[in-house]
Every structure is written in structure tokens, then in C-alpha cells.
Design a protein around this ligand. Structure first.
Ligand SMILES: [Zn+2]
Length: 184
């Protein structure tokens, strides 16, 4: 059982991988290169989500502790200035925070009322129907295309090639080597 986020429509890792592969394919994004997170948010998401806005907030305007967050009712992705700057400079963790929010946009935007209300669905549920687990999986799959991994790649190779945090590269590496992909 899992209780990190809200209960949403179930999606397996394979469902999410198919979606991230489709996103890259549809928008002709090279799976051998780092995902262009900011260009995607600034140029592509507004074409996909009517009314979408991207707000970069001064650190003193930001809710405490907020690095980046998607507000489904307002259709707004908010990001702390320092996170934006770091993502712009290629910092893996900051790129990851933004891709996690892209996960909420792509996977949960039509379940926004539930996410924003923060009541229905919270509590114990399976991980594949947990909003945070799904967004974390989307983040990893979007940044590190599973089909591109090879047995020769080290964790550092993966992090460097795809401009991710070492922690995210390590999870992808473990999944590849332990063949955990099919666990759901
Ligand atoms: Zn989240």
C-alpha cells in the first residue's frame, strides 16, 4: 500500500513509458540527448493545454518549500526563480522537479479537482494509482528513456548524458540491471 499522494486513475510503469516515448516521438525529441525541459514547458505545453501559464516566482513570492508545482484549477506551473535558473544551467535535480510537474500535467490534469481538493482519494492505495509515484515515474522515463540504456552505461554516464541527478540515474540503472521493469 502507498499513501504519498492522491489516488488517481491507475497507470503502470509500462503505460507511463509508452506515454513518454510517444511524447518524444510526437514532438521529434531525440532520445539520445537530454530532454529540453524548459523549451518544452515554454513552447510545447501551451499548445497542448489551453490556458496554460508558466510563472517564475521570486523566492520571496513563493510558498515556503515550493520548488515547482502545478496548480490544475489555474492551469499554472509555478517555479521558484532559483530552480528555473538552475534548470537553465543544466542542473539535474532542478530539471527533474520540472519534469515531475510535467507528469502531473500529462497524467493528472483532468483529475485536477481531486488533486487540488486534497480530500477524495487520499489515504491507502496501490502505488500505481498514486499521483506522486506516477509523476516520479514520468519524470524518470521522460528524462532517461529506458529503451536507450545499455549494459555498458554507468550511473555517472546516465546522469551526464541525460543531465539528471545521480539519484535518478541510479534508479534507472538499478531498474535496468535488476530487470525490475516488469514488476507491475
Ligand atoms: Zn508531485
Amino acid at each position: 500500500m502507498f499513501e504519498d499522494g492522491y489516488k488517481v486513475k491507475p497507470m503502470s510503469k509500462n503505460d507511463i513509458r509508452k506515454l513518454t516515448d510517444m511524447v518524444r516521438g510526437f514532438f521529434k525529441i531525440d532520445p539520445k540527448k537530454p530532454f529540453p525541459v524548459l523549451q518544452f514547458i515554454e513552447n510545447v505545453v501551451p499548445e497542448c493545454v489551453e490556458g496554460f501559464t508558466f510563472a517564475i516566482l521570486d523566492d520571496n513570492e513563493c510558498e515556503e518549500g515550493l520548488l515547482a508545482g502545478y496548480y490544475p484549477i489555474e492551469k499554472q506551473l509555478r517555479c521558484r526563480q532559483s530552480v528555473y535558473q538552475k534548470a537553465f544551467d543544466g542542473d539535474g535535480a532542478s530539471r527533474g522537479h520540472l519534469c515531475h510537474e510535467l507528469g502531473h500535467i500529462f497524467l493528472h490534469r483532468n483529475q485536477g479537482a481531486v488533486l487540488a481538493r486534497g480530500c477524495a482519494g487520499i489515504g491507502q492505495h496501490a502505488k500505481y494509482e498514486d499521483s506522486e509515484w506516477q509523476a516520479n515515474t514520468f519524470e524518470r522515463e521522460l528524462l532517461i528513456p529506458f529503451g536507450q540504456l545499455t549494459s555498458e552505461m554507468t550511473i555517472d554516464d546516465i546522469a551526464k548524458i541525460y543531465k539528471t541527478s545521480t539519484a535518478l540515474a541510479e534508479v534507472a540503472y538499478d531498474r535496468y540491471h535488476k530487470n525490475l521493469w516488469q514488476e507491475i
